[in-house]
Structures are given as C-alpha cells and as structure tokens.
Write a protein that binds this ligand. Structure first.
Ligand code: 13P
Ligand code: SF4
Length: 361
C-alpha cells in the first residue's frame, strides 16, 4: 500500500509484460511478493518518465530493485561515473547516503533523492572532517586518499577519493603526484591492509570497519572449504586480510560479478552482502551459489515502496553546503579523471609482492 493510501493492484497485463523481469527475479523472490512488486515497478517506471528521473542501483539492492527499476546498476565507482554522465533531472539513489552525496557532489544542479535518510554506512560514520584536519596537521605533506564510503564533508578535506575497484591505482597516483613514499588511506582499516599488500607505497590507515565484511573470518572460509570443496570463494576487500588470503579471488562488487559472469564456476561463494549472489545469479544460470552471507542493514532500508514514495513526493532531497560540495567534487573528479582500469582491480594476497602492513593512525 502506498503511503498516500492508493493500493496497487496486480493485473494480468503486468503478469505478461513483467514476464522477462519475473524470469530474472523469481529465484530469490517468492511469487506472492512478485504480485506486490510488479505493480510498484510499473508505477515507478511511470513516475520516472513523468519526472525525467533515473534510479542508480547498487549491487547490494534486492533483485526486484536491481533488475526491476535500476536504470544503471553497479559498484560505487560505476554509479559515480553514471551520475556524472546522467542527463536526467532527478537521480534516485538506490543505495546508501554517502552514494547519494557523491551523486549530488557530481551533479549539483540535479535533484538527488535518497528513499530513506537513515541508510548510512559504518565506514562513513567512522570518521569526521575534523579527524581528517587533525591527521593533516600530524602528517604534513602526505596525500590523503579517502574511500568513497565517506561523507561529503570528509571528501572535502581530502586530495582524492578511491573505491575498492581502483584503490591501488589511486594510492600509487597520489604517491607519484606528491613525490612521497607514504600515503594516508582512510577510513577502512581492512581495505588499507589489503591495498598495502599490493603496492610498494607505505600506507597510514584509520580504524574504520565495514560492519558487514568485518564479521567474516578465516575460520569461516576453512569451514566452507570443508563443506563445499569444489566451490570457488570470492571475497570483497573490506574483509580482513586473512579472509582474502584464504579466498580464491578478491575484488570490488563489480569485479566479483565479472568473475562469475566470465569464468562461470560450477559452484561459488560470494563473501559479501547477501543480495550480490541473487543479482548475479541471473547471468550465470549454470553456477550454483552457496549462500553464507551477511546483510547490510543500511542497504536493506531501500525498498520498492520507498523508491516509489521518493519519486512521488520528491523526498528525501540530499543537499550539501556549496563550499563543501566544491571541495568534495575536486576529490571525486580527480578519481573519475584517472584512466579507467582495464578491469576492476583484483587483490591477490597470496601472490602479493609485499607483506608490508599499514601504520595505524
Ligand atoms: P563497491 O565499491 O565494491 O561497490 O562496495 C561498496 C560497499 O559499500 C561495499 O560494502
Ligand atoms: Fe557500508 Fe559495509 Fe553497508 Fe557497504 S556493506 S554500505 S561498507 S556498512
């Protein structure tokens, strides 16, 4: 039921028109939920046309959002690039708040909506702009690279942003550009540790953690290997280094998705947020997905219903102080202007050239 009281009814026409979409989502989505989802998807499509809006959907959105209403889907880097290119008047961010801020930073003249303002991120919450200013005082002359999972205010204090798809490339660019051999990489401790193993550049790190990926352990991987000896295990670089060492492959959400689609493993485990497997499954029908995963409570705040309501009521609009937005844009744009990686970066901790760890700030 929409919050304005109008009930959406499932019609036979939706059943036919939605057949190809149903084919994509029917594994994870029970038929009874599809009967609720189909009319909402149709209503969202109509609102998108009416308002000249697009939906940017992260890989962690549930399948009915990802396949049903996402005009652009992908990882943080891909969505930031799409926001920068978009010609729509309105962007609805089906993701978390820092992603919506990134879109607003890149598109100051567009209306950017986030369907639930409480869709946060433990990494973004782990550091403030004041923290970054203190770090700069303590390490003068060192470039500060921040993960895109930060607030616009934090991005405004930094030299360049990165995502897990390009962190090694960005850290090496920053060291070259500043003529230094050490770089500050904020705020994800585990991403920093995993990057440190792939580069000769020294890394100073913060103690931020992703509440979803920090819960995976090397013991979990060992148990999975025992239970599913033929499964290939793919992990996100926000996991602890011991998890990446025990996995067969590590990379951003886009890199994991590309791995499954191109290598088509017989059995796979994705060590990341639960919806990833649901979304990739459609493109790899012959792959069996073993599903130990952790839910991101923030990503799961976004629903078809609140995307619909966001479009209908123009809420919740993301605004950023103009001076902060200008400085944050420089950091994000510097990242976007780097040549796109030929393929999303992979983290190979087994073959890593270096076993140098980070220095914690
Ligand atoms: P990606 O950049 O790999 O999409 O990851 C974003 C994120 O929030 C992972 O937890
Ligand atoms: Fe943040 Fe982790 Fe959720 Fe990604 S999965 S949005 S890093 S809390």
């Amino acid at each position: 039921m929409a919050d304005d009281g109008a009930a959406f009814a499932f019609t036979p026409a939706q059943g036919i028109a939605g057949q190809s979409l149903w084919d994509k989502v029917h594994g994870p989505l029970p038929a009874v939920e599809w009967r609720l989802a189909a009319p909402l998807i149709e209503a969202i499509d109509a609102l998108k046309r009416e308002k000249n809006a697009v939906v940017l959907a992260h890989n962690y959105m549930t399948p009915e959002i990802f396949h049903g209403v996402g005009d652009f889907v992908g990882d943080s880097l891909g969505l930031a690039r799409e926001a920068a290119r978009s010609e729509a008047a309105v962007i609805v961010q089906a993701g978390v708040h820092f992603m919506a801020e990134t879109s607003k930073v890149l598109c100051p003249d567009k209306t950017v909506l986030i369907p639930d303002l409480a869709a946060g991120c433990s990494l973004a919450a782990s550091i403030t702009a004041a923290d970054v200013r203190l770090i700069r005082q303590r390490y003068p002359g060192l470039p500060v690279v921040t993960y895109v999972n930060t607030t616009a205010a934090v991005k405004a204090e930094t030299d360049i942003c990165c995502t897990s798809a390009n962190a090694v490339q960005v850290v090496e660019w920053a060291a070259r550009e500043f003529g230094v051999d050490r770089v500050v990489l904020l705020p994800d401790e585990f991403l920093a540790r995993n990057v440190a193993r792939q580069t000769r550049v020294g890394i100073l790190a913060w103690r931020g953690r992703c509440e979803v990926h920090e819960r995976f352990t090397a013991a979990d991987i060992a148990e999975m290997r025992e239970a599913w000896p033929h499964a290939e295990i793919l992990a996100h670089p926000e996991c602890p280094p011991e998890v990446l060492e025990a996995a067969d492959f590590a990379g951003s959400t886009a890199a994991m998705s590309a791995y499954v689609k191109t290598r088509r493993p017989r059995q796979v485990v994705l060590i990341t947020e639960c919806s990833m497997a649901d979304n990739v499954a459609h493109d790899a029908p012959e792959t069996e997905f073993v599903r130990p995963c952790n839910l991101c409570p923030h990503m799961k705040r976004i629903t078809l219903q609140n995307i619909h309501d966001a479009l209908l009521h123009g809420r919740f609009e993301v605004t950023i102080d103009a001076a902060i937005a200008t400085r944050a844009r420089a950091s994000v744009q510097r990242m976007i202007d780097l040549p796109p990686p030929a393929a999303p970066a992979r983290y190979d901790l087994i073959k890593a050239r270096h076993h140098v760890d980070v220095e914690l700030i």
